[in-house]
Design a protein around this ligand. Structure first.
Ligand SMILES: Cc1cc2nc3c(=O)[nH]c(=O)nc-3n(C[C@H](O)[C@H](O)[C@H](O)COP(=O)(O)O)c2cc1C
Length: 179
């Protein structure tokens, strides 16, 4: 079984709820250790070659507050040899110019610091103006969840994404990360 570290932050509990759904699905397939990002440092990241990061976006494209506090530390992580999957929670109607920007903010740092992003997710099925998470046209750098407007999609999206990332985490997976 793969050893995965999941790090998340949530301001009003939505990302926490999404994290619980995700854990229910993934725990059947992998050993996952879960941390709140407000309670860790650099060291915890050293323990894992497989990472899942979860966050919401706030205040017109800012990281969730605990991730904001961790931002400078996160920039110092060497991601080479690590595969990283990101899920982000946001509101495509209320904040359509900054939809799930947090995914893209973290994802860019992972790429710059030598990591591989897995779990790219199509932008089809969402209605937003712009997103830092849309790294390649038509593709978010990770799973976008919108509990505010598309709550009924949350569970099926998570199910599909978990299947996808478990395949992409596999060392024998020949599909090259697109980022
Ligand atoms: C003041 C405020 C600012 C927000 N800014 C953004 C934003 O820039 N982009 C986005 O996608 N969602 C934005 N949202 C939506 C939140 O990310 C969304 O409600 C999310 O579910 C909150 O998750 P959390 O409780 O885990 O922090 C904002 C919400 C509020 C209330």
């Amino acid at each position: 079984m793969k050893k995965i570290g999941l790090f998340y932050g949530s301001d009003t509990g939505t990302t926490e709820y999404v994290t619980e759904l995700l854990l229910k699905k993934i725990k059947k397939k992998a050993h996952v250790t879960t941390y709140e990002i407000g309670e860790v440092g650099l060291l915890e990241f050293d323990d894992f070659d497989f990472l899942i990061l979860g966050l919401s976006t706030w205040f017109d494209g800012d990281l969730q507050s605990d991730w904001e506090g961790f931002h400078d530390t996160f920039r110092r992580i060497n991601f080479s040899g690590k595969k990283v999957a990101i899920y982000g929670v946001g509101d495509q109607i209320g904040y359509g110019e900054f939809f799930v920007d947090g995914i893209g903010i973290l994802g860019r740092i992972v790429v710059e610091n030598g990591g591989k992003i897995i779990g790219a997710w199509p932008t089809k099925g969402y209605d937003f103006e712009s997103s830092v998470a849309e790294y390649l046209p038509g593709w978010f750098m990770g799973l976008a969840i919108d509990e505010d407007n598309q709550g009924e999609m949350t569970e099926p999206r998570i199910s599909e994404w978990v299947k996808q990332i478990m395949e992409e985490f596999s060392p024998t997976n020949k599909k090259v990360a697109i980022f």
